[in-house]
Structures are given as C-alpha cells and as structure tokens.
Design a protein around this ligand. Structure first.
Ligand SMILES: NC(=O)c1ccc[n+]([C@@H]2O[C@H](COP(=O)([O-])OP(=O)(O)OC[C@H]3O[C@@H](n4cnc5c(N)ncnc54)[C@H](OP(=O)(O)O)[C@@H]3O)[C@@H](O)[C@H]2O)c1
Length: 289
C-alpha cells in the first residue's frame, strides 16, 4: 500500500501544541503542503515552509480564510467550551475537508453520557462530527507521555517526584507516534469512518515512569507517594473541579485496572510504538538540571 495516497493541502489546528507541532513537521518532511492555524502567528515559532494563518476555534468566523483549498483538517479541541463546536463544524462543512479528530481512548460506545467529564466532552465532539456529514477519522488516544513533563520542575529541583497513585499504570504514548498515525490518515481517504485506539506499547506504573526518566538522565530519582488531596488543591488552581476529579478518579482506577494497550500504531505503521523509555531519552533535556 502506498504511504501517501493524497498530497492535498492539510490544515493543522493546535499546531503549536505537543501533537500538532509534530504533525506539522512530519507533513513537511513528507512534502505535503501544510497550513497551521494559530491564534498568534508572531509567537508560533513553526518551521519555515509552513503557511501560518491566524484563527481561533472560539471565534468560528476566523477559520474561513485558513480553510480555503484545504483537503483535510487535523482537529484538536483544547480546553474550550463545547458550545463553540456546532459553529466550528458549520464553517468546516462549507469547505468539506476530511476531519481527523484527536480524541480519547476512555470513550465507551453506546453511552448517552460518559462516566467522566473529559471523555464526555470528547464523545460529544465526536457525535457532532458524525452528525455533520463530513468524512472523519477519530484517533482515540491513551495518556500522552508529555503529561509527565509536569514532573520536570520537581525532578530538576530535588530529584523527588511527589505525586499520588504511584502504582497507577498507564500506556503512555509518544506524541511522535500520534502524529505519525495522524499523517498517515490525513493523507489517505482509506481511513474514513475509523475509530483508532492508539496507545504506547506497554502500561507502566508512575513509579516505573520515574525510573525510566532516571535512567534517561543518568541521575537517581525518588517517587514519594502523597495524598491525592494535596495534588487536587494544586490542580484546582488551573482546571474546573469536575475535570480535576475526573483525572484523579482515572488515576485511582489505573491502580487496580491498568490503562489498556492496543497494537494499532504497529498495525497501521508496520513498526511498534515507541516505549516510554525512548520518550524519556528524547525529552531528557527537560528533566536535566
Ligand atoms: N494529554 C492527554 O493525555 C490527552 C489524551 C487524549 C486526548 N488529548 C487531547 O489532545 C488535544 C491536544 O493536546 P496537545 O497536548 O497536543 O495540545 P497542547 O500542547 O495542550 O496545546 C494546545 C493547542 O491548542 C491551541 N489552542 C488553544 N486554544 C485555542 C483556540 N481557542 N483556538 C485555536 N487553537 C487553540 C494552542 O494554540 P495557541 O495557544 O498557540 O494558540 C495549542 O496549539 C487536547 O485537546 C486534548 O483534549 C489529550
């Protein structure tokens, strides 16, 4: 099967984010014309060769210019109210590109409402996309390995990660693997209607993740179990309570039931997904003093 079925223009939203930035770079390397939608072109810091357009998902009219001539859209829905989604999809519909939506593996099929607010939010966006009449593919992804960059400051300061649920096991995925699958799907219409569950190749406990970072930077690190309530109070300064509690409940659940592992990255790409240890080596500089 040829890797690139299509070389039409791709619009990448979230292009300055963890995954979107990788999608942009990989499309460029493949010679696919790419346009990045950003809120602030002056600070976007994207590679030359990328056409950068200004747009904001919370102001749907600003998307029209970026959608001219676009064949496929990589769509992320950051921490934005879902109320903007129908208007965004209305604008997309006028240009009729294929949509590749970055979703969550925690979604359970057939539920009117998901058990937690984060998966409920993604399930509702998916439902709206399905109802839009646009061609779509959903990438339902496990926890991002980049989430553990949240420990970087603690690691750099005294080498101790103070965090709850040390035995919670997650199948964290390298952002480059998400991007590689996204690029494959964005450049072909063979994946229309697919809901791909993407994960890393194994589930590691948080204690094991800290050990992998320690190996990557060649410095002993320690995991110190703390009360979830302490972290809850810290997180409440950045996120709404329902989202904080949803995340803490998910971690508590991964203690008894590790996050599942899928082989979809390998099936689509013909090579295994990167391990968390490989990710830690790639990001070692973030954890070094
Ligand atoms: N973290 C996980 O474990 C996980 C798991 C499954 C799914 N997801 C989903 O993955 C998605 C992307 O994550 P990520 O880590 O790649 O992103 P990220 O690094 O958090 O970056 C967010 C991106 O969204 C853009 N953005 C924010 N508000 C915007 C707006 N109003 N209009 C247009 N763009 C806006 C930001 O651009 P500027 O700020 O530069 O404008 C930035 O590029 C999220 O939607 C999340 O729900 C995450």
């Amino acid at each position: 099967m040829a890797f690139l079925d299509k070389k039409g223009l791709v619009l990448v939203t979230g292009a300055t984010g963890n995954v979107g930035r990788c999608v942009v770079s990989q499309l460029l390397k493949m010679g696919v014309p790419v346009r990045a939608l950003v809120r602030n072109p002056d600070t976007a810091d994207l590679p030359s060769g990328v056409e950068v357009v200004r747009g904001d998902l919370s102001v749907p009219d600003t998307l029209n210019e970026g959608l001219e001539g676009v064949e496929a859209v990589f769509l992320v829905w950051p921490a934005l109210p879902i109320s903007f989604a129908p208007a965004v999809l209305g604008v997309l519909k006028q240009h009729a590109p294929r949509i590749v939506y970055l979703s969550s593996m925690g979604i359970r099929e057939g539920l009117a409402q998901q058990a937690d607010p984060i998966n409920d939010f993604h399930a509702n966006i998916e439902r709206l996309i399905e109802q839009s009449g646009l061609a779509w593919t959903f990438l339902r992804v496990s926890g991002f390995a980049t989430n553990t960059l949240g420990w970087a400051q603690q690691i750099r300061s005294d080498g101790v990660v103070r965090w709850p649920y040390g035995t919670a096991a997650r199948s964290l995925i390298h952002e480059q693997d998400i991007a590689t699958v996204a690029v494959r799907v964005l450049t072909s219409d063979r994946h229309n209607g697919a809901k791909y569950v993407l994960t890393g190749p194994q589930a590691l406990t948080q204690v094991e993740q800290v050990h992998a970072i320690s190996q990557a930077i060649g410095r002993p690190l320690r995991y110190e179990e703390i009360s979830p309530e302490i972290v809850r109070q810290q997180m409440l300064t950045q996120m709404p309570p329902a989202m904080v509690d949803g995340m803490l409940n998910a971690w508590a659940g991964f203690v008894t039931e590790p996050e599942p592992v899928s082989r979809t990255v390998e099936e689509i790409m013909g090579r295994p997904a990167h391990t968390y240890s490989e990710w830690a080596i790639d990001h070692a500089s973030a954890f070094r003093v």
